[in-house]
Design a protein around this ligand. Structure first.
Ligand SMILES: Nc1ncnc2c1ncn2[C@@H]1O[C@H](COP(=O)(O)OP(=O)(O)O)[C@@H](O)[C@H]1O
Ligand SMILES: [Mg+2]
Length: 597
């Protein structure tokens, strides 16, 4: 075996394997370079999803000819003047992108510094392919053609132009959200796809996420211990079958970080079914020395010095916002309900409920909501007639004269032993009795726990759990609250905790995992929200079994009691899986159904 130093072309090809995966990753690097160059306008042009051509033009600082040649060499960068890699504010800093891309494609770099002439340098698969004068306004134009054309091993991992285009669009959207102060255009195969004027972050996010989020989104702005979280998230009822509408940023850098994605997921834990995903654009700001951006070649992952604090800020902040919103919507009447009713006629059924292939480009309306079943009663009169041949499946109560002003109205009857029909001042309310009761039981159990009545299970052998010192400090500080919830922990040396008892409701549980999650939660709340959530998980299952099942006949008194309890219970507008527990058909909706309006 003989050891040799690899030739530079091969080193670049190897690096390209990490940095350039597909046209979208090359595009991302080029746009980042434009932004780092101080561009106020970035124009992106693609052909065949970027497989044929990716071109980025900017009005940034430009490069002189000698700088252009240097830029194409490996580890050449203008972005680390002081060698301070822990203080990076630019997107790039590794000096790898251009030589890597140039090693697996044809790359044309044209650039002009203000006050001098333009120049062009070409490289074909790592080999210089000529240079000369170029005519262009101040700034830089970088063109990448035939990516992986001569690298069959990589070429075969590329997907259809359509799927590659979707990935490119996603990359542009992320960077455009990160830098709302910069104007962007995107053209694909000669068609203008995006035109974005400089704006503030909320306006830019609104322009790039579908407008439905105006009504179905919750604005976020929380700060704690030098960390700040801003952005927008969707109501639990406004969700998607794929997690493709989650835009996460750390200090304006778009990331696809597992910690952040996990925290977002955790915030929605008992509000969404497992296979449904929220929509979110979230911006995390942390002090530069609290985060390491140099852990991933494409810089899409970061490492936080205090990951627990970041996770805690996100889970706690979003959770509070979701709770507040659910109380608001329960009080004013569920915002999504009228939409679902009126939309049953106009909805594009192909879009709804069927997750699109994640690579497909978004349509004009990329959002999905949970759709209420179509109101069968208005369609077939002949069919309905047959109902009267059978004993009716619904019971009705005689109407009283005045309808007292309860938001959910007074019970008028039960349909199919599953749905409660109630009359409210402003319309007709239909309640899914099982879904509603399940939520009530869960919230009751929650309240009991908060009252301190939790059974604990002593461990035969206390368990030692090793953790970071800051996490141990947090758990130790919260030991008495944890004990109230049935979890007995004590400090065991510098970086371990001793667990003597766990809440009985948890049964056999992953204790180290529980403690790690708890420490993260405490970082934000100084309390034990996560334990509460874990118990909720168990509680939700118990609640489901303990609930009024669909199919049970209820008395009027029982129905009214259920409605009254729903009105005063937080989060009662959604079942434990995020589906609505009730819908309201306003008088105006009824009039529309019967063509009176
Ligand atoms: N659009 C551009 N405008 C001005 N300078 C650029 C542009 N693109 C690249 N450069 C220069 O080329 C260098 C190398 O770019 P790159 O290979 O992406 O590495 P990095 O961005 O990590 O520095 C940059 O540091 C920058 O000086
Ligand atoms: Mg770069």
């Amino acid at each position: 075996m003989s050891i040799r130093r690899l030739p530079p072309e091969l080193i670049n090809r190897i690096a390209a394997g990490e940095v350039v995966e597909r046209p979208a990753s090359a595009l991302k690097e080029l746009v980042e370079n434009s932004l780092d160059a101080g561009a106020t306008q970035v124009a992106v042009r693609l052909s065949a999803g970027g497989l044929e051509r990716v071109e980025v033009t900017d009005d940034g600082c430009g490069m002189r000819p000698d700088e252009m040649r240097l830029a194409l060499e490996r580890h050449a960068t203008s972005k680390l003047p002081g060698d301070a890699i822990d203080q990076v504010t630019s997107f790039g800093f590794r000096g790898e992108a251009l030589p890597s891309i140039a090693s697996v494609a044809r790359l044309t770099l044209e650039s002009r510094v203000r006050g001098s002439d333009g120049w062009r340098v070409e490289v074909d698969h790592g080999v210089p392919a000529g240079e000369g004068p170029a005519a262009l306004p101040p700034g830089t134009r970088t063109r990448v053609e035939g990516l992986f054309d001569k690298v069959p091993a990589r070429r075969k991992f590329l997907r259809t132009p359509r799927a590659e285009y979707a990935a490119c669009l996603d990359a542009v959207k992320r960077l455009a959200m990160a830098r709302s102060d910069v104007a962007f255009t995107l053209d694909h195969d000669g068609r203008r796809i995006l035109t974005l004027q400089p704006s503030d972050a909320p306006a830019r996010v609104a322009a790039l996420l579908a407008h439905e989020l105006d009504r179905n989104g919750i604005g976020i702005d929380v700060a704690r211990d030098g960390l700040r979280l801003t952005g927008v998230i969707s109501l639990p009822t406004f969700n998607r079958g794929v997690a493709d509408q989650q835009f996460l940023f750390v200090n304006s850098r778009p990331v696809k970080d597992r910690l952040l994605v996990g925290a977002l997921r955790a915030a929605y834990r008992d509000l969404l079914a497992r296979d449904r995903h929220p929509i979110a654009a979230l911006f995390v700001e942390v002090p530069l020395d609290e985060v390491d951006v140099n852990v991933h070649p494409a810089k899409t992952e970061v490492r936080f010095r205090d990951a627990s604090a970041v996770r805690g800020l996100i889970v706690g902040g979003l959770r509070r916002a979701l709770d507040e919103e659910s109380q608001r919507s329960a009080a004013r009447e569920q915002a999504a309900a009228p939409v679902m009713w009126t939309s049953s006629a106009s909805y594009d059924a192909g879009l709804n409920g069927h997750p699109r292939e994640s690579g497909d480009p978004p349509s004009s309306s990329p959002f999905e909501g949970r759709q209420a079943p179509a109101f069968a009663g208005v369609t077939g009169v002949a069919e309905d007639q047959r109902l009267f041949d059978h004993a009716p499946a619904a019971r009705a109560e005689p109407a009283v004269e005045a309808v007292p002003s309860y938001p959910l109205g007074v019970a008028r009857g039960q349909v199919n032993a599953t749905y409660i029909v109630a009359e409210a001042e402003d319309g007709l309310v239909i309640v899914d009795q099982h879904a509603a009761h399940e939520r009530l039981v869960l919230e009751r159990m929650r309240a009991a726990r908060e009252g301190g009545a939790v059974a604990r299970q002593a461990l035969l052998l206390p368990e030692v759990v090793e953790l970071d010192e800051p996490d141990c400090d947090r758990l130790e500080g919260a030991a008495s609250e944890l004990a109230d919830l049935g979890l007995d922990v004590e400090r065991f040396g510098a970086s371990a905790m001793l667990v003597r008892a766990v809440p009985a409701a948890l049964g056999k549980t992953d204790i180290p995992g529980l403690l790690a999650d708890l420490a993260a939660e405490i970082a934000e709340l100084g309390g034990a929200l996560l334990l509460r959530d874990k118990l909720d998980h168990v509680a939700a299952t118990i609640a489901c079994h303990g609930s009024v099942r669909a199919g049970r006949v209820l008395s009027v008194a029982e129905m009214n009691a259920l409605l009254r309890e729903m009105e005063v219970t937080p989060r009662s507008g959604q079942c434990n899986h995020g589906r609505p527990t009730w819908v309201k058909l306003a008088h105006s909706d009824l009039e529309k159904l019967f063509g009176r309006r």
